[in-house]
Write a protein that binds this ligand. Structure first.
Ligand code: GDP
Length: 448
């Protein structure tokens, strides 16, 4: 989502960084470009104006730190201000202080923002943290919403409380709470109705729900794709219900990201989570510093590690590492690694989190090929057509008759099988080299 902004800022900083000394006019020229880049990313005009003024004041008045070049110093100031703009630090979800009382999270927002999906994501996320969630279907105006939540609940094995479409939402919410106490659910997530636009009736109803159940947390779910409009939506909701958090969804889309950069500043309400895809595990707690680093092309290793920890089994990973080092990594391991990679998320997102691989990576031809899902499926089909022995001992594949059999079995050309075997050998060699250190981004890419 932030690729364009990230690329533009990286260019500005590269130019600044190449100068030994920065004059006031160098800084101004750089900041003009920063300003344009932010406006183009659809950041609110006033937010941009204040941001640039704050950076300028510091960049010009700043004592030069010995350890940094002037260019680096400007980058540091922009980074720090960006973190500040995004809310300084991660604000965790409010939880009920009373152990007898469940935490009650109410999700509000316009229709299509991703509330129902987020309710399920949040339930799954909190269950992983040891909570026992209950989902509450209080969106009675869109019968499909109740069904959708029930289906998600069933998939995740998380209970869903619903009373159909005839009972008023404040009553549903109250009954659900009673149910949660009886069943020992300590984390209640209420999915409320959304409309296409903000309207008085909806707001009144939300206020009634708030009064009735006294939520611990009221979070507004906003679709990042609606751009500038999202700021207006947030202000309108906040004027009627006391929001305690914001959630931006669809940040995996191609919107320009300005909304995320403006919302906190304009409303003063912290962003608490991001929705990064359609699947129920596509949720990230929001960390201002991590997003700032991603925007400035510095990667986001912390988020990558957290995701990997959820996907990989530690013992399995250790075994894999050992095999890589010894060069005994075989086709079965390869298949396993491919599946784990998929679970980590879209490869573009992953690469954006590796420091220094941002722009350079996206422009590589090999990446486009590797990203092609058909290519992945073809590789999978070839490996699946190998016998277990062949997978464990790739040397057997020197035999042409085996390769012919595999090509027929997988419905691929013999050239495809040859190419895979060759690439695999190259990868084994590269892994050995990696384990001795001296990574080069291009090699890493080829390994992908
Ligand atoms: P609601 O009307 O606010 O409850 O919205 P839904 O939860 O029904 O979501 C609307 C659409 O957006 C659905 O098609 C979801 O799959 C999709 N969606 C929700 N969150 C995300 C996200 O983070 N990324 C993407 N790409 N799609 C999302």
């Amino acid at each position: 989502m932030f690729e364009n902004l990230s690329d533009r800022l990286t260019d500005v900083f590269n130019r600044l960084g190449s100068k030994g000394r920065l004059t006031e006019s160098d800084v101004d020229a750089g900041l003009r470009e920063v300003r344009l880049a932010l406006l183009e990313a659809d950041v609110n005009f006033k937010v941009v104006k204040d941001f640039v003024a704050r950076v300028r004041e510091q960049a010009i008045g700043e004592e030069v730190t010995k350890s940094l070049t002037p260019g680096q110093q400007v980058i540091k100031i922009v980074h720090d201000e960006l973190v500040h703009l995004l809310g300084d630090a991660n604000v965790p979800i409010n939880e009920s202080k009373n152990r007898e009382q469940p935490t009650i999270v109410m999700l509000v927002g316009l229709q299509g923002a991703g509330k129902t999906t987020m309710a399920a994501k949040l339930a799954l996320y909190m269950r992983k943290k040891g909570k026992t969630p209950l989902l509450v279907a209080a969106d009675i105006y869109r019968p499909a919403a109740i069904k959708q939540l029930e289906t998600l609940g069933k998939q995740l094995n998380i209970p869903v409380y619903s009373e159909g479409t005839e009972v008023a939402p404040p009553d549903i919410a109250e009954h659900a709470l009673r149910q949660a106490r009886i069943n020992g659910n300590n984390f209640v997530i209420v999915d409320t109705a959304g409309r296409l636009q903000i309207d008085e009736r909806l707001m009144t109803e939300l206020q009634q729900v708030v009064e009735r159940i006294g939520p611990t947390e009221i979070m507004l779910v906003v679709d990042a794709m609606i751009g500038q409009e999202s700021v207006k939506v947030a202000e309108a909701f906040h004027a009627k219900v006391p929001l305690t958090g914001l959630i931006m969804t669809k940040i995996d889309g191609d919107a320009r990201g300005g909304a995320a950069l403006s919302m906190r500043e304009v409303t003063g309400v912290p962003i608490k989570f991001l929705g990064t895809g359609e699947k129920t595990d596509a949720i990230e707690p929001f960390h201002p510093d991590r997003l700032a680093q991603r925007i400035l092309g510095m990667g986001d290793v912390m988020t990558l590690i957290e995701r990997a920890e959820q996907v990989y089994d530690k013992d399995e990973a250790k075994k894999m590492q050992k095999k890589m080092r010894k060069g005994t990594f075989d086709f079965e391991d390869f298949l396993g690694a491919m599946n784990s990679m998929r679970k980590l998320g879209p490869i573009q997102q992953i690469l954006g989190m590796i420091p220094g691989l941002g722009k350079q990576m996206r422009q590589m031809k090999e990446l486009d090929e590797a990203l092609d899902d058909r290519e992945m499926k073809r590789i999978e089909a070839i490996i699946q057509s190998m016998t277990i022995k062949e997978r464990r001992n790739p040397d057997l594949l020197k035999d042409p008759s085996r390769k012919r059999r595999i090509s027929v079995g997988s419905g691929t050309r013999i050239e495809d099988v040859n190419a895979l075997v060759k690439q695999f050998r190259e990868m084994q060699r590269m892994m050995k080299r990696f384990s001795k250190g001296g990574q080069n981004p291009r090699d890493l890419m080829r390994m992908f």
